[in-house]
Design a protein around this ligand. Sequence first.
Ligand SMILES: [Ca+2]
Ligand SMILES: [Ca+2]
Ligand SMILES: [Ca+2]
Length: 365
Amino acid sequence: MRTKLLLSCLVFLTQFCVFAQTTIVIRPPIGAGKDAAIRSDFPTTNFGDVGDFIANAWTAGDPFFMRTYFDFDLSVLPAGVLITNATLSLYGNNGSGHHQASSGSNESWIKRVTTPWDEHTVTWNNQPQTTGLHAVTIPQSSYQYQNYPSIDLTQLIQDYLLNPESSFGMVFMLKTEQTYRCMLFCSNDYGDLSITPKLTITYTLPCNTLEGSVTYANAGSTPLAGVKVKLIRDGNVLADSTLTNESGHYSFTVCTPGNYTVVPTCTLPVNYINATDALIALKHFVGITTLEGVFFKAADVNQDNSVNSTDAMMILQRFIQDINTFPPGDWCFENPEVALPDPNPVVLNIKGLCYGDLDASRVNQ
Ligand SMILES: [Ca+2]
Ligand SMILES: [Ca+2]
Ligand SMILES: [Ca+2]
C-alpha cells in the first residue's frame, strides 16, 4: 500500500514537474486581427472588415444567416506548451441595430476550423470546414449587448496546438440557425480596442532533460569520467553542475527557460604531447591540413584565434618541458548551446581534448 502511495506521488510529481505558468493576452491592434463575417444572401461577398462579430438568422426580405470566422496568432506560444487555461472574451456591440434577445434561444457554437481561409476572400460559398470536437457552447444571452468575458476554450486551443495541420481558427455560429435569433459582439475591426475579442492563455512547459556524454576526441571516443560539467544560463548564471559517470554521461533537469551553455571542466592529467602534435599545428599553418572544431581550439595554445608557428613552437616547448602549461590551461571542450524549453529531450554530446594533443594520443591513466 505504501509503495502504491509512493508511486502515485511520484507520478503526481512527474506530471507537475513543469516550468512555471505563464499567462499571455492576445488582442491584436484594431484591424490587425483576423476575423470575417459571412452572409448567406450575399454568398460571394466578403465581410472581412466589418465591426460586427456576429452569428444570426434574420431576414432582409428573405431569410439569411451570418457566421463569423476568426483566428488568433498562436505562434507567440513556445512549442510543446501545455495549455492550462484559455479564455475568450467577447464584448457586446451596441453600435448596431441587431438584437441578441430575440425569438428562441441564441445559444451559439464556437468550433475549430480545419481548412484554410483568408480574412479578405472568405465568403458564404467558400467558407472553410469545421469540426465539432470539443466545440464550445456560448449560452443563451440574458439581455441585449451582454458581454461574455470568460468563454472557456482550454480544450479547443489545446486541440488547435496539437493539430496544427488542421487548425485554422474558429467559427462562431448559432446552434439553431432559425430566423430572428442573433448574438452580436464587437469584431477586431470595431473602433474601440478595449472591447475587441481577446484570448487569454495560461500555459506551462514540461521540464527539459538535457544530457549527453563527454568523450575524448580520439577515434575510440574514450569516455571522460569524473569531469565536472557546469550548466550556464544566459551567459553568466550557474544553473547547475554535475560530474560525468564512468561512461562519461551527464544529465540535467531544466525547469527554467533560458539560453544554456554546457561547460565541462577537467583536471585529469595531460600526457602524450610530442613533436607529432607540433607538426600537425604546422601543417595547418601551411595549409596541408585543416583543423576544425575542438582540434582547432586545442591547437591554438596561445588563444589568439589563429593556429600558426607560434602555437607549434609552444607545443614543442611543452614537449621538451621548457614550459609546463599553456595560457588557456590544459583542457578544452566543445561548449554547445541550446535554448530551453524544448518539447523534446535534448542530447548534447561533447568532445574534449588536451591543449596541444592534436593527434589525440592521450591515454587515460
Ligand atoms: Ca476583420
Ligand atoms: Ca594561436
Ligand atoms: Ca599527442
